[in-house]
Design a protein around this ligand. Structure first.
Ligand code: NAD
Length: 519
């Protein structure tokens, strides 16, 4: 009998032991930078004719690792390997699969500081952000392992005289997991482990901005006893091999997290029947957000200020749940904005290896260009009151920026920027604030700060987002506590870390046996 699921607690880096431990892990990982990694298909290490490098966004000249650029043939080979492995893996008991996943959790927990260090180097997460990412990955393993056992239990059906009826959740087949760089450990681990613990096999294609982190997880999966071919590791361009694997008729499902553009494209491509295909592909797509925080006239402004800073600038605003629209009641607009500008100006930006920095770099050059362009657009659409350009250093550093007095129809109020840029809008009252909040194609997260019970009740009913928070920040969903996923263009309405999630990786089979009449 397993203990009840509990979230991992986060490390407190003001404690000497944790601090020293993290520094040592950074040293260890630093000594391993620049290595070359192989594809892993059917348990075999393979090279490609081309490679690409992953770099440190805090220090552009530092190479994190060199990775294979898989070609189309290798992508097809990986789907074949997963298809082949499925025939054996689907017969493993749920208990056996869950045991492997408990092992994964244990090993990841034991190497937590090392995992954090890879994220600090490869994707510019600060210590605390990296640690939360690793903790979430451990949570996914612990949660989904328990869920697999729950789904394997006898399922309740209405009794029917003369028959024995049973319902089983069986796996789908071989699928492709396509993950983003922004939660390079947690989201990748969550999608991959949910798929295989439910009995499926996987081709894992991580983001080209975070392949070393993915390789670290792959190593843990292998060490935990996952049979060859159950998870295959394929690196390369999403638009080439990702596309090909999505289109492959042997692919039974796609689990994707990333941008709206790529997600919509994957949904479209998956829905087209290809020669030899005998199923309709299942697509689980978790996409972007344009998340909001509403501050009502009677809110605790200190609390709201803390929540806005954490939600807008934690991990440089590069969370799908990040607050990018701040909607202030007109009565507190000027006062709150002034305090926010002062607090924002004090945020330290710099290399994420230095724990004194609250913000590290943005992920890469394209992101930097795109965010700076949005700031330029914002300067025309509103009033720049904080930040507004690059910050000093060898990395992709951007000052935390605020653009105030923005109209709800402005581009910076409607499009996902995915960086440390906060758009501020004014509302006459809560009704107007909710209207502005909902008037967007996304529907991922939102927060409302206020003390009027009636207003909070109204917000609870009217705000159309998958994850609504009252009087707390709009980031930091916890596995099991806050099942996570959005509406509309934010995805296919799934809830990662929730009790419905594993069902997405299964299909239900019903067996009805009529009692034989003896004699
Ligand atoms: P992205 O869409 O650029 O890439 C995501 C993954 O898709 C990568 O592995 C990429 O290689 C692959 N890809 C790209 N084009 C593809 C194609 N044509 N076919 C197959 N695969 C393809 O996103 P990103 O920049 O890595 O991540 C940031 C985005 O992810 C943001 O929009 C953010 O809001 C979103 N996100 C959403 C959630 C959520 O839970 N809703 C969580 C995290 C991130």
């Amino acid at each position: 009998m397993n203990s009840e699921f509990k979230n991992e607690s986060l490390l407190d880096f003001s404690q000497e032991a944790n601090r020293t431990g993290q520094l040592k892990a950074l040293e260890l990982v630093q000594s391993q930078l620049g290595r070359q990694y192989d594809l892993i298909i059917g348990g075999k290490r393979l090279k490609s004719s081309k490679t690409f490098s992953s770099i440190n966004p805090s220090k552009k000249s530092e190479i994190i690792g060199v990775f294979q650029q898989a070609d189309l043939e290798q992508a097809a080979h990986a789907v074949d390997a997963a298809t082949h492995a499925f025939e054996a893996w689907k017969r493993f008991s749920a208990q056996h699969r869950a045991n492997i996943l408990f092992q994964v959790a244990e090993r990841l927990r034991a190497r937590r500081l090392e995992m954090n260090a890879w994220m600090i180097f490869e994707v510019g997460k600060t210590w605390a952000e990296a640690d939360a990412d690793t903790a979430e990955a451990v949570d996914f393993c612990e949660f989904y392992a328990r869920e697999a056992l729950r789904y394997a239990e006898s399922q309740p059906l209405t009794p029917f005289a003369g028959e024995t009826n049973e319902l089983f959740y069986i796996p789908l087949g071989a699928g492709v997991v396509i993950s983003p760089w922004n939660f390079p450990c947690a989201i990748l681990t969550g999608m991959t482990t949910a798929a295989f613990v439910a009995g499926n096999t996987v081709v894992l294609k991580p983001s080209s901005d975070s392949p070393a982190i993915a390789a670290f997880i792959m190593n843990i999966l292998e060490e935990s006893g996952l049979p060859p071919g159950v998870v295959n590791f394929v690196t390369g361009a999403g638009s080439v091999i990702g596309d090909a694997m999505v289109q492959n008729p042997k692919t039974r499902f796609v689990a994707f997290t990333g941008s709206k553009e790529a997600g919509v494209h994957i949904v479209e491509e998956s829905s087209r029947l290809r020669p030899g295909q005998i199923w309709i592909k299942r697509v689980i797509a978790e996409m972007g957000g344009k998340d909001f925080i509403i501050v009502d006239e009677d809110a605790d402004l200190d609390e709201a200020l803390t929540g806005v800073i954490a939600s807008a600038y934690g991990y440089q605003g590069q969370k799908c749940s990040a607050c990018s629209r701040l909607i202030l009641h007109e009565k507190i607009y000027s006062d709150f904005l002034q305090r926010l500008v002062e607090k924002t100006a004090r945020i330290k930006v710099g290399p994420s290896t230095d724990p004194a920095n609250y913000m590290g770099p943005v992920i890469n050059e394209n992101a930097m260009k795109s965010i700076l362009q949005y700031i330029e657009i914002g300067k025309k659409e509103g009033k720049l009151v904080a930040g507004g350009g690059p910050a000093d250093g060898e990395g992709f550093f951007i000052k935390p920026s605020i653009i105030a007095d923005v109209s709800p129809s402005a581009r910076i109020a409607r499009e996902e920027i995915f960086g440390p840029v906060l758009t501020v809008l004014k509302a006459k009252n809560l009704d107007e604030a909710i209207h502005i909040a909902n008037d967007n194609e996304y529907g991922l997260t939102g927060s409302v700060y206020g003390s009027n019970e009636g207003h909070l009740r109204k917000a609870k009913e009217e705000c159309h987002v998958g994850n609504l928070y009252l009087n707390r920040k709009c980031t930091g969903a916890l596995v099991g506590v806050h099942p996570f996923g959005g509406f509309n263009m934010s995805g296919t309405d799934s809830k990662a870390g929730g009790r419905d999630y594993l069902m997405l990786f299964t299909q239900a089979k019903v067996v009805s046996e009529k009692a034989l009449i003896s004699g």
